[in-house]
Design a protein around this ligand. Structure first.
Ligand code: BES
Ligand code: ZN
Length: 492
């Protein structure tokens, strides 16, 4: 009797103190097990490892522990991801993110004429100026006054851009959060035909420093965050501006998002993605733009492939866009692959909710900008936004092809039928084009928009053997030097 009383008292005391501690200055999170162990070794009172699975741990972390993790253990690299409760943290590591993908859409490449208009007008100076504007806040840490101000100012900037092009189908709102005083900013371009289907592109507006004093001391706040991630915000902004300039009106709704508080564990995007999920919002694709400025690898764009987090088909589609639109010429963009291996950015918030997300990144993970999270993450240390221009081109292509242009009749060049014939018989493709048309290149895409065959053309007529292609439906696209394209569906 007495024993059980003591046990109960102990129990109440133990949990009471846990809860008290939690309310004061701790929070639940998931993170890499090896980092958690290292932190535990150095600062045993700042972290409790509650549960583990493979190399992932559910932890109770003090605020100080979170800071020490970034300052002493990571340069950049696996941080932690905020969880609302112990239960959520444990579930998150058990699930290993394998979920069924919702909201399947077919991704196709059909908007050549519209894309050809937008590519030449992506403006490097707009991107440069916007990055400098954001850098000038000095610090966009989610709890700093300038972090919040940057969100209020971005809302005004986006409204002004939309107004400059007389777009009354565009609205901008602040999205207030529970776990950070900083709001996210969302620009909505209302779809003309399928407004309930939403295409998202985003980046994070907040910045951080791995040095505590730089981040938190009111006298020395330094976290310019030019590459991480003013560059992403400037990239998606320029992409939207260019779409307005050509008068693009999407059939589906586009949402451009500047997330708050990414740097403390994806807080802003997590609240948005889970609210969208709870409201059954039909988000059909998400593109993440986090770090587009630093050109550190031989290839231009690197697609992050994280199993169960980034979507394979959507990533394939991004590749197809580059194959189709950027394989050569003035807008040439090369690409490769990389991986984070942890929830390194906001695509993770969408991916783990079961939405399709892809993440084109500035370099191979190991060659990416080493100055992030320091006072040296500045524009001047990089000097040009030419790299970011490539991401803005890809972002525009993505938005045009996934949301599709509702002014189709205006956008498609018309060719007289008897200007050309393209047909296939016994897997041999024959083409004959009027001599007035100058031919450049012949490409064949499968139904997913993936490039499966490509050949330079010098003659206006000829044949091509397609025995290497499996039976099915394809699209033949003949590029003409006048930047126009003839497309024809064929069945092999
Ligand atoms: N932009 C970085 C992510 C990043 C850095 C990706 C370097 C690839 C290479 C992002 O803002 C970030 O810092 N993420 C944190 C994790 C987050 C959950 C706090 C990180 O990587 O430590
Ligand atoms: Zn960062």
């Amino acid at each position: 009797m007495k024993n059980s009383f003591i046990l109960t008292a102990l129990f109440v005391w133990f949990y009471g103190s846990m809860i008290a501690q939690h309310q004061e200055d701790s929070f639940y999170a998931t993170m890499s097990l090896s980092d958690a162990k290292e932190l535990k070794k150095k600062h045993p009172s700042e972290i409790n490892i509650i549960s583990k699975k493979r190399n992932e741990a559910a932890v109770l972390l003090t605020d100080l522990g979170g800071h020490l993790l970034h300052e002493q253990i990571l340069v950049h690299g696996p941080g932690y991801i905020y969880a609302t409760s112990e239960d959520e943290a444990i579930k998150a590591i058990q699930q290993s993110y394998i979920q069924k993908v919702k909201n399947v859409a077919d991704y196709t490449i059909t908007e050549d004429a519209t894309v050809q208009k937008v590519l030449p007008i992506i403006n490097v100076d707009s991107i440069t100026n916007h990055i400098k504007e954001l850098e000038a806040f000095g610090n966009r840490y989610h709890t700093s006054p300038s972090g919040k101000q940057s969100a209020l100012d971005l809302k005004i900037k986006w409204e002004q851009i939309a107004a400059a092009y007389n777009r009354d189908d565009v609205s901008v709102r602040l999205y207030d959060h529970e776990r950070t005083p900083m709001p996210s900013v969302i620009m909505t371009i209302e779809g003309t035909e399928l407004p309930d289907q939403i295409v998202v592109v985003g980046g994070h507006l907040d910045s951080t420093s791995r040095h505590l004093t730089d981040r938190d001391d009111p006298n020395s706040r330094i976290a310019p965050g030019a590459d991480d991630d003013a560059s992403g915000i400037a990239t998606i902004t320029e992409s939207a501006r260019a779409l307005f300039e050509i008068g693009f009106k999407p059939k589906r709704t586009i949402e451009i998002m500047a997330y708050a508080a990414e740097e403390i564990g994806l807080v802003g995007s997590k609240e948005i993605a889970s609210a969208y999920d709870a409201q059954n919002k039909n988000v059909i694709a998400v593109g993440q733009f986090d770090m587009t400025l630093y050109n550190g690898s031989a290839k231009d764009i690197h697609f992050v492939e994280d199993k169960g987090v980034t979507d394979v088909e959507l990533t394939d589609f991004f590749e197809s866009l580059l194959d189709y639109y950027n394989s050569e010429g003035a807008h040439k963009i090369t690409y490769g692959f990389t991986s984070c291996g942890y929830g390194c950015s906001d695509h993770h918030s969408w991916g783990t909710q079961g939405f399709r997300a892809a993440f084109p990144f500035e370099a191979n993970f190991s060659n990416s900008n080493n100055n992030i999270h320091t006072k040296n993450d500045t524009f001047s240390l990089i000097g040009t936004a030419n790299h970011a221009v490539k991401f803005a081109k890809l972002c525009s292509e993505f938005l045009i092809e996934v949301a599709k242009d509702s002014r189709k009749t205006l956008a498609t060049p018309s060719y007289e039928k008897d200007n050309y014939t393209v047909f296939v018989q016994n897997k041999v493709l024959s083409y004959e084009l009027d001599q007035s048309l100058k031919v450049e290149q012949l490409q064949i895409f499968d139904v997913n928009g993936k490039l499966v065959f490509s050949s330079q053309l010098t003659d206006n007529n000829g044949t091509m053997s397609l025995t290497d292609l499996v039976t099915g439906v394809y699209v033949v696209s003949i590029k003409l030097t006048s930047e126009n394209t003839i497309t024809k569906k064929i069945v092999l």
